[in-house]
Design a protein around this ligand. Structure first.
Ligand SMILES: [Zn+2]
Ligand SMILES: [Zn+2]
Length: 488
């Protein structure tokens, strides 16, 4: 009996020693962390509002990225800036060793938006600005930074082994910043990547998205007087038209879930000149990036055939390319459980009035201001529809999951003046903190449960299939650092 007791005590000591090295079981007082973060609502709200006011476009987010980096530096993070050939991209890191949990931060705005924190359309139209945060990326960046800081505080306090990393990912809106960071191998050693996006509801996002390739075809012909000597000319616009005709016929012979859309960016200047130059932009999408790649080859065939038949020349440039997003159920379940603990957004009376007023400007589809309080059930969707995102590429190389938080009044759609407006108020800031708290608690759970990381990795390998080697859909092109220049 005596010997047995001594053995038990020894076993407990051994176990405690093991725990102090941070392998398992440091208790996470989630309520305490939530309360601590609640106290920071105003501070982080102020930072987000500053970035909202700057509303800098893709790859031009010099001040916004600096605000986040300065803050992280003050908090003890080591920062690598200008990564992957993009001056406004950065990687901030704290801690040591494995596991490495990555968080994503965005901060670019959209061109030609309103810029007023007002619930009426008139007030917003009067405030038409060069750019506005109509996708809420000021909240996205600040909220993820808040999470990184609170994870850091916890790692420091508990002496837990592990690293927290914040990826500052520029130009999500059409610039595809994350793709260049994946291509540069910046995610290779991360054990899991957590993300979020502003929205009109709260849900852990185990969804997919469409793979997309954006590509431009430039036709060169020979100019001539269209009446005087048309036989001397070769029309570049004919090249574009012949190509479009063939691609439109191709639509019958692609799977119904494919999407092809085009815009003629340069046609001709006047009908009496045979145009020597014409340009058409295509976006090709599919729920599976492999199919997307195969489809682009067929579109290129049509372009070459069109050039041959019209005796013009054609060249093409891939502008961006995004993989479809692979959901990760293992990680999504951890995030969902934490989102349920955190809960949604509760409006004050003033916020409710703002919500009620702004809701008169769109179809609410049964949603009410109370919808912002709720957390939606977890749903795993493996086949993407609708849009595309540069998070897709990350999700193919590392286990990745995300969530949406009600930073906008329920029923609001992204890229609208209503999104800009709510994002400039405490409604946006509160939604941002829902995400910040959920991301923090999810990261802490993952440090404590290495088995979840192993399971998440196995799930990734299974979903993407064998024989996978990452090759960016946009090839080896450089980041289009100037794609928004002139729109600011
Ligand atoms: Zn957007
Ligand atoms: Zn967005």
């Amino acid at each position: 009996m005596y010997v047995k007791t001594i053995i038990s005590i020894l076993a407990i000591f051994l176990l405690l020693g093991f725990n102090q090295k941070g392998m398992t079981q440091t208790t996470i007082d989630k309520q305490q962390i939530i309360q601590e973060m609640d106290k920071e609502l105003k501070n982080y709200g102020k930072i987000a509002h500053e970035i909202w006011g700057l509303a800098e476009l893709g790859f031009l987010e010099d001040k916004s990225t600096q605000i986040l980096q300065d803050h992280l530096k003050k908090e003890g993070f080591t920062i690598k800036t200008g990564v992957a050939g993009m001056p406004t991209a950065f990687v901030a890191e704290y801690g040591n060793g494995k596991p490495i949990i990555g968080l994503l931060a965005e901060y670019d705005a959209l061109p030609d938006m309103s810029q007023a924190a007002n619930p009426t359309k008139g007030a917003n139209e009067a405030q038409k600005a060069a750019a506005g945060h109509a996708c809420g990326h000021h909240l996205f960046g600040t909220g993820s930074m808040a999470a990184a800081i609170h994870v850091k505080n916890w790692l420091k306090k508990t002496g837990t082994a592990g690293t927290i990393r914040l990826y500052g990912t520029p130009a999500e809106e059409g610039g595809g910043g994350k793709v260049y960071m994946v291509r540069a191998g910046l995610f290779d050693d991360a054990d899991a990547v957590l993300s979020w996006h502003p929205g009109d509801e709260n849900n852990a996002d185990a969804g997919s998205s469409l793979a997309a390739i954006s590509i431009r075809f430039r036709f060169k012909g020979i100019a001539a007087h269209a009446a005087g000597a048309p036989w001397r000319g070769r029309s570049a616009l004919d090249g574009v038209e012949a190509m479009n005709y063939m691609v439109n016929m191709m639509r019958e012979h692609i799977t119904p879930d494919s999407r092809i859309h085009y815009a003629i960016l340069n046609g001709a200047k006047a009908p009496n000149i045979v145009p020597a130059f014409a340009e058409v932009a295509y976006i090709i999408r599919h729920p599976d990036m492999r199919e997307c790649k195969a489809m682009i080859d067929r579109v290129i065939l049509a372009a070459n055939a069109a050039a041959m038949g019209t005796e013009t020349e054609v060249s093409h440039e891939v502008i961006t390319g995004y993989f479809n997003k692979l959901p990760n159920k293992t990680l999504a379940e951890v995030m969902h459980a934490n989102l349920e603990i955190v809960g949604g957004v509760n409006y004050t009376e003033t916020e409710r009035q703002f919500a009620t007023e702004i809701m008169t400007s769109y179809e609410t589809k049964g949603k009410t201001p109370e919808t912002a309080k709720k957390v939606k059930p977890l749903e795993v969707i493996t086949k993407g529809m609708g849009g595309s995102t540069d998070v897709g590429d990350i999700s193919w190389v590392r286990p990745t999951t995300g969530m949406r938080a009600a930073t906008w009044v329920p029923g609001t759609v992204a890229h609208s003046w209503q999104a800009v407006a709510a994002g400039g108020t405490t409604i946006g800031h509160k939604g941002m903190m829902v995400a910040a708290k959920t991301l923090t608690l999810t990261a802490l759970d993952l440090y404590q449960q290495p088995d979840k990381l192993i399971k998440a990795e196995a799930e990734l390998l299974e979903r993407r299939g064998g024989d996978f080697k990452y090759e960016a859909l946009l090839g080896d092109r450089k980041p289009p650092l100037e794609y928004r220049k002139g729109a600011e």
